[in-house]
Design a protein around this ligand. Sequence first.
Ligand SMILES: C[S@@+](CC[C@H](N)C(=O)[O-])C[C@H]1O[C@@H](n2cnc3c(N)ncnc32)[C@H](O)[C@@H]1O
Length: 227
Amino acid sequence: MLELAFGTGEITSVLLALGFRVTGLDLTEAMLQKAKAKHAGASDLSLFLGDAEDTREDDESHDAIVMRHLVWTLVDPMAAFRDWYRVVRPGGRIVIIDGDFAEISLLKRWRRKLAQWIERWEGTEAPVIDWAAHEAIMRQIYFSRGLKPLALQQMLAEAGFGDFRIEDLEPVRKAQRRGARLATRLRVGLSDSFILSCAKPLMPDMFARSAVQRQGDRAAPPVERSR
Ligand SMILES: C[S@@+](CC[C@H](N)C(=O)[O-])C[C@H]1O[C@@H](n2cnc3c(N)ncnc32)[C@H](O)[C@@H]1O
């Protein structure tokens, strides 16, 4: 399978432990070096520098494509989704683990602030964020106003995918909170994380009928009764 944006190779560890043969792409050299060091000697793994929006992998060359915390950073997500459609085999799945890192409610902003105060008081403060750089990046990304699973589903359907499954990660969040210190408990769940998976149809246009039907349902004006 293909893993996009492997970062330090955490999800890679899970995929290898599950017995998959993994090809990984990441945009940055520093991450490539870290992940290579972490997985030195792994025989079922090939890691490369590459852009998830234009993978340059062969047509229909992977059974599945997996990624965590990539989609919300994409500049041209539709280009990426079309590329992934090309690269995955018919019947293959795309698995996206992501969250909404942009649109945080007032309550959640307060939770984050409180976590920061506690961390400062404990002396375990997280690295300082360069907010000017952060804002400059946010202006360039497509999901700068937030990433919601249903909007994402619509875009992936447009690229040809179907058989959608969306799972909330509450069981994972519960496990993360269990036994954690207060600041961590406050931070868990700030991004409304989710898993969305979908499939490339086994036959072209397999999902097209239902997509057209759905569009028709939405576009149809209310029927006026003639008197
Ligand atoms: C937040 S990290 C996530 C890393 C890893 N997936 C994880 O969950 O631990 C984001 C990673 O995405 C990579 N990245 C961002 N845009 C990318 C792109 N267009 N193509 C490939 N990698 C990208 C970055 O280099 C970084 O390693």
